[in-house]
Design a protein around this ligand. Structure first.
Ligand SMILES: NC(=O)c1ccc[n+]([C@@H]2O[C@H](COP(=O)([O-])OP(=O)(O)OC[C@H]3O[C@@H](n4cnc5c(N)ncnc54)[C@H](OP(=O)(O)O)[C@@H]3O)[C@@H](O)[C@H]2O)c1
Length: 263
């Protein structure tokens, strides 16, 4: 798919992976809708990109589900046709299940799962009407297997796989695509922003993230996967092997996951 002059809507565009997607899609001539909570960061990015392409800033909070119908209607009104929604906004967890308050479990599901699927569901009638559209969803390798300190985070990402894999099967006759992208360790602030058991930010960069793949390299691979209509991809370092261990040699996965240093 060639996205030149097409509208691409990116959530999580204020930092990390989503911000890099915005830079990369602008470089291939796509018009952009930038979403996240931090309107200041989105407007700074807009100022950089609007010399190349059209840019709309559409601040949103994925946890505020009631606000989403108006935001989707307003975005469609401004763009005319949205061709690709990249669901990238999300938040992680760094706490044992036994030490995670239920409100934190709810928050992880409200943002990562419910906010993401609701935004996407609101766009389905628009995609059906134009008989084309593409949902890209940034899940995680822990959307494919479990990992300590990330119980509800992993659950929220597994849930996205269940939802979007089913959605793909429902909408293929409408020419609507779904690409599930599972990052491994990517060097962003995801661990700094991750929630502790009491819902505070961890405020610490994990070694795994600090030594992870650069966001530029990750984004290039992910953009290639989206633009070629891939159904599911795993992008990262050697941690990607865990997906295959879990699938083909589960005993090995069960042995490793008990000992792996996940911070
Ligand atoms: N980096 C990794 O190693 C890694 C690995 C696996 C999966 N991922 C996934 O990749 C995606 C992007 O994360 P990142 O690594 O780029 O981390 P990041 O730099 O922390 O970015 C997270 C993005 O999500 C947005 N966000 C958080 N809460 C939100 C809310 N309530 N409503 C709307 N937007 C919200 C943030 O913007 P605001 O704060 O402005 O709202 C920010 O733009 C996430 O879904 C994450 O789970 C990352």
């Amino acid at each position: 798919m060639n996205y030149e002059k097409k509208w691409v809507w990116i959530t999580g565009a204020s930092s990390g992976i989503g911000k890099q997607f915005a830079l990369d899609y602008a470089s291939i001539g796509a018009n952009l809708v930038l979403s996240a909570r931090n309107a200041v960061a989105l407007n700074e990015l807009k100022a950089i990109l609007e010399t190349q392409v059209k840019v709309i800033v559409q601040p949103l909070d994925l946890a505020n589900h009631e606000s989403l119908p108006k935001i989707v209607a307003d975005t469609i009104r401004q763009c005319g046709n949205v061709q690709l929604l990249i669901n990238c906004g999300g938040i992680s967890q760094r706490a044992l299940a036994n030490e995670t308050h239920i409100d934190v479990d709810k928050k992880l599901m409200a943002i990562n799962y419910l906010g993401t699927i609701y935004l996407s569901k609101l766009l389905i009638p628009h995609f059906i009407k134009q008989n084309s559209g593409h949902f890209a969803v940034i899940t995680s390798l822990v959307g494919k297997f479990g990992s300590p300190l990330r119980t509800s985070y992993a659950a929220s990402k597994h849930a996205l796989h269940g939802f979007f894999e089913s959605l793909r099967a429902e909408l293929h006759t409408n020419n609507i695509k779904v690409t599930l992208i599972c990052p491994g360790y990517i060097r962003t602030n995801i661990s700094v922003n991750a929630l502790t058991g009491t819902g505070q930010q961890q405020n610490k960069m994990d070694n795994a993230q600090a030594n992870g793949m650069s966001v530029e390299v990750f984004s290039k691979k992910a953009v290639k996967a989206i633009n070629s209509g891939k159904k599911e991809v795993y992008i990262g370092g050697k941690e990607v092997l865990m997906v295959y261990f879990r699938r083909y040699i589960p005993s090995l996965y069960h042995k490793i996951i008990k000992t792996v240093n996940v911070t």
